[in-house]
Design a protein around this ligand. Structure first.
Ligand SMILES: Nc1ncnc2c1ncn2[C@@H]1O[C@H](COP(=O)(O)OP(=O)(O)OP(=O)(O)O)[C@@H](O)[C@H]1O
Ligand SMILES: [Mg+2]
Length: 1011
């Protein structure tokens, strides 16, 4: 009994048989009750108490990796997905297997930031993501130099195609080239989806074919090319669709998006006008814009090198298919036999025009069958129902071959074979293939699909379990064996054993009289007791069952052989031969070249050999659908087995394409199909990661502590063990075999993380040293350069300074010298001046002397002349004037007397006037008192210039001019009788007594001054 308290999580029984998680809560009344994950209440009573089980803490909130779940059962897995889905975590790991739950909404987790985040990270380092798987593929491809593959499986609508696209986008991003080829590879998808995808009730964009994209990389990790392999296109969809389903997208794209003129040429209308497009009563798809999709499709065609003519030819064939679907047959009776004829309509004419065949020939090949027997050739009329079947078979054949032609054309554009044969191309393959199918009514297609899934399951089991188990034994690893569901037995019954089911179907298909009933009968006989094949309950039932790994599936055997034959009548093959439509002929090239011997009309080829009997004449073998499918699957398996595989299991959470809705029952079924439980158990118990000692040491040598284990002395095995002991925690479960070391997924991650850390440390040291070296070298170079610069700079500066100083000194010197020179010059000048002065003085004096001498000479001469003249005159005068002198003396005496008289008179007057006023004489005297006393005649005044008496100085000593006296005593003038000119005389003569001292030039008239 479990003790419960509020907030506990427990497991309770649920109606679907798988325990559901529930939380213990208190009711309003204070009682404990359980609320399960779906919100349902469960009462706790004695009846239920026994079924309640405690929940492991890891299941409460969910874990990233389901291997870590404590409750390792279906309920635990389911709840883990549910809890994570509720929180918006759509990805969960199971070891290295990714479980992806379709979110049915756009999540912001595919941005370039996420691409960067998940690039170059180890699986498990970050939360689970499809990018982490893609990165792991890329990393392992480069690390191990081994091709990788990723098998993406799940139900229709679970998200396989989306995951494939996301992987592709991530690989294109990390390849990092942004090249044309990457663009081409990405753009191949819209074309493939246009031809191979359709709206179904389960998925609006359901891939109706399987595909394997092999992406090739250069050794440097850049995308180099890719190759697309297609598997088993659902051709029946071209002619028939279930309710609410559509035909292939391309038809609707074309009718909506094509230009009106082109549509007119092809005589196309709207989708509602064509029988092949209206079977499901659904011509539009919500959330899908056919017009824009057509534009995208057209641009993708261009990118993938489809010419305009190619796309026009494709449109022609597609239009022909649509018109063929509208061709009607009218039943008639010919020779009492049921026959039919074609209802002539514009559609029929259009078909002839588009397929470029003669109308009559087309009509014949649609309404008649031509037989050749050993002896004869017969023509048989077909009933209208048979004609419709024949027409549909023709349409399916055209579409199926057109699809293959398109895939081939895409491959021609994106696939580039490695040029050097020895160069191994690295590749990552992505397999987006239909998941296990189990409908109410299952047919031949479901058998093929489920067979493919059995193969993949076997591959999966082999990879994760069988091969491992064998290897453990080989390597002497002690390991507890796990019981797992090996589907090998189912596969044997289906395809491996002699007389296996598929061979029987093939055998019956090739057998002229074979029917679905004979086939069923044979299968009952051969496999009825094996336990895998479940025979019909009675002879009338047509349904048989097979116990697949994912459950029992019942198939309706009706139509098996017809579908397997996948045949086209020779009439129609012949018709194609007559056609001039190039694309039609190219698409049917295989059929046309194999000739009639390889005609695929089973009724015409009578072969005694069959796959059952291991034929030796393979040429006569009819290529049936299963035959082709098995062949391509086998080649796929071969490719996958040489790759390191990854698995993505897509889960569809509900049938309504709704976000945040988790249908437990649906998910449980898918988990069971995917064999997830076994996977977890195997993964948990096994050691999925293994390396040879060499490989391990080569990769993780950096983690080896040489102090603990010296690689020079110890064996490689010891070194590997030492690394594991130091890096992996104690108690971790890893093993060493004979040649290999065996690890769990988590160990690989731990080792990788540690290796990265250690490499980072080492890289840092190397970087440090290198940077140190580089910078030191640079520093030394710079230092040396700086020294040179300094040297030159200092030199330059020194020289400049020196020049300045030198210039200064020169200036100083110049100054000093100039001063000296100036001084000397001044001195010299002065001296020169003195000299000059002296000289000039001397010269001047000399000149003056010369001149004076000359003057003196002149004077002397002149004076001599004058003296002689005066002497002469005196002599003459003396002689002449003795008498005159006497007379004059007499006259003078008389005048003297008179004058004396006058003077006496005057004196009397003056005396008389003295009383009254001073006499004139007195007045004159007083006025001219300042004058020197009157000299005797000839003594007043100077001699005129040049007439000085120089005679006495004839001999003059040479003396300085300056020393000469300024005045020279002039020789006395001749003592002429100049008394009369004495001033008193003059004054008395010209001035009157009463006159004023003022000078009057006019003679006084009034009265004579003198009586
Ligand atoms: N990761 C995702 N994020 C958002 N939506 C998604 C995601 N995966 C799937 N879907 C949605 O689910 C739809 C169906 O997905 P998808 O076509 O990949 O399914 P499928 O498994 O390829 O189905 P089928 O087998 O029919 O081809 C998509 O159209 C898309 O709307
Ligand atoms: Mg798909």
């Amino acid at each position: 009994m479990v003790h419960l308290s509020k907030g506990d999580f427990v497991w309770v029984e649920s109606s679907d048989g798988v325990p559901i998680g529930a939380e213990v809560k208190l009711t309003d009344t204070g009682q404990l009750q359980l609320i399960d994950d779906e919100g349902k209440e469960h009462k706790i009573n004695k009846k239920t108490e026994g079924t309640i089980k405690p929940m492991h803490p890891t299941s409460v909130k969910g874990v990233d990796d389901m291997i870590r779940l404590g409750d390792l059962n279906e309920a635990g897995l389911l709840r883990n997905l549910l809890v994570r889905h509720k929180e918006g975590h759509i990805y969960t790991y199971t070891g290295s297997i990714l479980v992806a739950v379709n979110p049915y909404q756009l999540l912001p987790i595919y941005t370039t930031d996420y691409v960067h985040m998940y690039t170059d990270r180890r699986l498990g380092e970050l939360p689970p993501h499809v990018f982490a798987i893609a990165d792991s593929c890329f990393f392992n491809m480069r690390r191990n130099r081994k091709n990788q593959c990723c098998v993406i499986s799940g139900e229709s609508g679970a998200g396989k195609t989306e995951s494939t696209k996301l992987m592709l986008q991530f690989l294109a991003a990390v390849s990092g080239q942004h090249s044309w080829i990457e663009q081409q590879i990405l753009e191949a998808n819209p074309i493939l989806e246009a031809f191979g995808n359709a709206k179904t009730i389960r998925n609006d964009n359901s891939s109706r074919f399987g595909k394997y994209i092999d992406i090739n990389f250069t050794p440097g990790g850049a995308i180099e090319g890719a190759r697309v392999e297609q598997y088993l296109l659902e051709k029946s969809r071209v002619c028939r669709q279930a309710p609410e389903e559509r035909n292939y997208h391309i038809f609707y794209y074309m009718l909506m998006g094509m230009q009106a003129e082109q549509k007119k040429i092809l005589s196309l209308g709207s989708a509602a006008e064509y029988n092949y497009l209206t079977m499901g009563n659904c011509t539009s798809c919500e959330g899908r814009d056919d017009v824009t999709e057509y534009a995208h499709f057209r641009s993708a065609l261009k990118i993938l090198m489809f010419t305009e003519n190619d796309s026009w030819e494709i449109s022609k064939l597609l239009a022909a298919i649509l018109h063929l679907g509208n061709v009607k047959f009218e039943g008639t009776i010919v020779n009492n036999l049921e026959a039919c004829k074609v209802n002539k309509s514009s559609h029929f004419n259009m078909v002839c025009q588009l397929l470029e065949v003669a109308p009559k020939q087309l009509e014949n090949s649609l309404t008649q069958r031509f037989f050749t027997t050993a002896r004869d050739s017969v023509t048989k009329s077909l009933t209208s129902a048979q004609a419709v079947d024949g027409r549909d078979a023709f349409v399916k054949a055209i579409y199926g071959r057109l699809f293959i032609w398109v895939v081939d054309k895409i491959n021609a554009a994106i696939y580039k074979k490695a040029e050097g044969s020895d160069e191994v191309q690295q590749s990552i393959g992505l397999l987006d293939i239909f998941g296990f199918e189990n409908f109410k009514k299952n047919s031949f297609e479901q058998l093929c699909i489920n067979y493919a899934n059995e193969q993949l399951q076997q591959f999966f089991v082999k990879h994760v379990f069988k091969l491992e188990q064998e290897e453990y034994t080989r390597e002497n690893i002690v390991w507890k064996h796990i019981d797992y569901q090996d589907n090998q037995h189912t596969l044997d019954v289906l395809a491996n054993k002699p007389m296996n089911m598929l061979s029987l179907i093939d055998e019956e298909s090739n057998f002229p009289k074979g029917t679905d009933t004979t086939m069923l009968h044979k299968m009952n006989q051969v496999h009825g007791k094996g336990g895998i094949y479940i025979p019909p309950k009675n002879n009338y039932e047509t349904e048989f069952g097979i116990k697949h790994f994912a459950g029992e599936v019942y198939y309706d055997s009706k139509g098996f052989l017809e579908k397997n034959r996948d045949t086209l009548s020779t009439d129609l093959i012949e018709l194609v031969k007559t056609s001039t439509n190039k694309l039609l002929k190219q698409a049917f090239q295989n059929q046309l070249t194999t000739g009639t011997v390889k005609s695929i009309n089973p009724r015409m080829v009578i072969t005694t050999s069959s796959s059952l009997r291991q034929t030796s004449d393979a040429k006569k073998q009819v290529p049936t659908l299963t035959g082709q499918f098995r062949k391509s699957l086998e080649s796929l398996m071969k490719t996958l087995t040489v790759c390191q595989p990854y698995f993505i299991r897509c889960i569809k959470p509900n049938d309504f394409k709704k976000p945040m809705l988790f249908d437990r029952e649906l998910c449980m079924r898918q988990l069971r199909y995917s064999g997830m439980m076994e996977t977890i158990r195997i993964r948990k118990a096994g050691y999925p990661v293994r390396y040879t000692f060499d490989e391990f040491l080569g990769r993780y040598r950096v983690l080896l502590k040489t102090s603990l284990c010296d690689p020079k002395k110890e064996s490689k095995e010891k070194c590997c063990e030492s690394i594991c002991k130091t890096v992996l925690a104690k108690g971790e479960d890893w093993k060493t075999g004979k040649t290999k070391i065996f690890l769990k997924d988590s160990h690989d991650t731990m080792l990788e993380v540690e290796r990265m850390k250690e490499l980072n440390v080492k890289a840092l040291i190397i970087q440090k040293v290198l940077k140190g070296y580089k910078h030191r070298r640079q520093f030394l170079r710079q230092k040396a350069a700086a020294l040179v610069i300094q040297k030159y700079w200092r030199g330059h500066k020194g020289r400049k300074l020196y020049r300045t100083v030198q210039h200064g000194y020169a200036r100083l010197q110049a100054q000093v010298r100039s001063r000296q020179l100036h001084f000397h010059y001044q001195k010299k000048r002065h001296a020169a001046l003195v000299l000059q002065t002296e000289l000039r003085g001397y010269l001047a004096r000399k000149e003056w002397k010369r001149k004076r001498n000359a003057v003196i000479l002149l004077q002397a001469q002149t004076r001599g002349v004058l003296a002689r003249k005066a002497l002469k005159k005196m002599k003459r005068d003396m002689y002449l004037s003795a008498k005159q002198k006497e007379e004059e003396r007499q006259a003078n005496l008389e005048r003297q007397k008179k004058l004396e008289e006058v003077l006496r008179q005057k004196k009397e007057d003056e005396d008389k006037a003295k009383t009254e006023s001073i006499t004139d004489q007195e007045m004159v005297d007083s006025i001219f008192d300042f004058l020197p006393p009157i000299m005797v005649g000839g003594q007043e005044g100077q001699a005129p210039v040049g007439f000085e008496n120089l005679e006495g100085r004839r001999i003059i000593e040479e003396i300085d001019i300056d020393d000469l006296p300024m005045e020279e005593e002039l020789p006395k003038e001749d003592d002429d009788d100049l008394d009369e000119y004495s001033f008193s005389k003059f004054a008395s003569m010209y001035f009157q007594g009463a006159a004023s001292p003022s000078h009057i030039r006019q003679r006084l008239r009034t009265a004579p001054a003198l009586p």
